[in-house]
Ligand binder design. Structure first.
Ligand code: ADP
Ligand code: G6P
Length: 459
């Protein structure tokens, strides 16, 4: 059997908790199969430090983790400047937040080249290489330039926007042409795949051989939608674990007379957190019976604080939560409990299970694993209700959730009210159908389907 080599900017130790869908999903996939996981070292190396480019090798169970040290200046321009200052906002349809700077793009290329130079000597001829996410789009092109002939697949964890949004990126042609160095490109949803197809035919003048095969630049690119899933059994086991049960018991005791709503997100402008809080305000205004009876616990993990837009969203959220609590709260009740932190992964299922409603309302999201986790953590005899943004990739699969447009404050407030009063029988039916989908398309299905397609795609 070929060895699996994963490459992503951020690695997670599969034994430690991590916030972020990519680390969580890959940690689960690799822990099962063993192999090599290559990425950036997050120790800061000052510019000029001779250790730049050095590798650190660690073992984590059956997985070998290899990280490369990148000098501070280049890392900042690559990660903060280009990946999170251009690609993340544009791919989430937020041209208003993108800050284009040619120097950042050069550093992005340089760091991808460094990754390729350091990875290439570690590769074996029949390795299968699977590159992840927007930080590393040109990696296969750099590896091919060094002579790599191995199978290389790419999975984009974030959305792919329509062609005219992508085309706002200076040098978008270079970026998208780099995809042709992969044997297979995976996207989260059919909507993303449609955008790739229309970009390739309109902007790259590619030949469309079929709905999944395109020709341009003397290469054939295969692409498909592979919605990422959960390790359902592991998450269900976590739900039964001591930490989750203790959290559930504590929450039930503390909120014995209240209905809980829950939100668990990285603090990111794509997650629709201000819109969510405005919907809560509207709910409290329009439906006074929800006052004193419902509390939103919103956990927002600190994320990318070195990027300006993240400081702005944090201040906006704190202002909104404070204002709602100030206007509606009382000595013995606050409508919103807002925590700016990462919660231990083994406690999260207890929080989900204690909550009658989950609010997963991103303005745009590649998939959103929180939606799936919430469903898995429920008691199927008395499950909670998932309120889900139609703009999350998960909405293509989870059609039995209450789907909302997060920009529509009244509509979202109404869906939350409906979730709070939904009869048991309807909750059960919806939950059963959601869980069946999530089980069928779990993380094992995802990695197996992608890797099988990659093997077929390789010429
Ligand atoms: P993203 O990849 O954009 O962060 P996802 O919803 O796909 O969004 O994945 C988020 C993952 O990180 C989930 O597994 C979730 O449980 C975890 N997570 C998110 N926020 C927190 C938090 N505040 N504390 C602990 N874990 C979190
Ligand atoms: C999302 C991205 C990942 C990223 C994660 C956490 O899940 O798709 O690539 O690792 O967010 O973000 P960070 O910038 O902290 O790695």
């Amino acid at each position: 059997m070929s060895r699996l080599v994963l490459v992503s900017n951020r690695l997670a130790d599969p034994r430690k908790p991590a916030a972020g869908g990519l680390a969580v999903a890959l940690g689960d996939a690799l822990a099962a199969s063993g192999g090599l996981w290559f990425g950036a070292d997050h120790e800061v190396i000052e510019d000029g430090d001779p250790r730049a480019g050095e590798l650190r090798v660690q073992r984590a169970g059956r997985v070998t983790l290899v990280t490369v040290k990148v000098a501070r200046g280049d890392y900042e321009r690559y990660y903060r400047g280009y990946a999170n200052g251009v690609l993340w906002p544009v791919f989430h349809y937020r041209l208003d937040l993108a800050q284009f700077d040619a120097g950042h793009m050069d550093a992005y290329r340089r760091v991808n080249r460094l990754f390729a130079q350091k990875l290439q000597p570690l590769l074996q001829p029949d390795d299968v290489i699977w590159v992840h996410d927007y930080h590393l789009i040109p990696l296969a092109a750099e590896l091919r330039a060094l002579g790599c002939q191995q199978r290389i697949g790419f999975f984009l964890h974030i959305p792919l926007p329509p062609p005219l949004i992508l085309a706002a990126i200076p040098a978008h042609e270079w970026l998208m042409q780099a995809l042709f160095a992969y044997d297979l490109v995976g996207l989260q949803s059919e909507a993303d795949l449609n955008h790739l197809r229309s970009y390739l035919s309109s902007e790259a003048r590619a030949e469309v051989f079929s709905s999944h095969r395109f020709g341009a630049f003397n290469r054939v690119l295969r692409a498909g939608a592979f919605p990422i899933g959960l390790d359902v059994d592991a998450f269900a086991a976590l739900t039964q674990g001591a930490a989750a049960r203790k959290t559930l018991a504590t929450m039930r005791e503390q909120y014995a007379h209240r209905r809980l709503l829950v939100g668990v997100d990285r603090l990111d402008y794509s997650k629709g957190l201000p819109q969510r809080l405005r919907a809560i305000r509207t709910l409290l205004e329009r439906h006074p019976e929800t006052r004193y009876s419902a509390t939103l616990i919103q956990i927002a993990a600190p994320s990318r604080e070195e990027v300006d837009a993240y400081g702005d969203i944090r201040r906006e959220l704190e202002g909104l939560a404070g204002a709602i609590n100030g206007d509606f709260g009382d000595l013995d009740w606050m409508p919103i409990r807002y925590l700016h932190r990462t919660v231990a992964r083994n406690r999260i299922p207890g929080l989900y299970r204690a909550s009658a409603v989950a609010l997963v309302t991103p303005l745009r999201d590649g998939m959103n694993l929180v939606a799936k986790e919430y469903v898995v953590a429920q008691d199927s005899a008395d499950p909670g209700v998932l309120v889900l943004s139609r703009f999350a990739g998960a909405a293509e699969q989870l059609t039995d959730a209450l789907l909302v447009n997060p920009y529509d404050t009244e509509g979202t407030a109404e869906a939350i009210r409906r979730a709070l009063v939904m009869p048991l029988e309807e909750r059960r039916q919806r939950h059963e159908r959601l869980l069946a989908k999530i089980r069928r398309y779990d993380v094992h299905w995802w990695s197996k389907t992608f890797l099988d397609s990659l093997l077929e795609a390789h010429p």
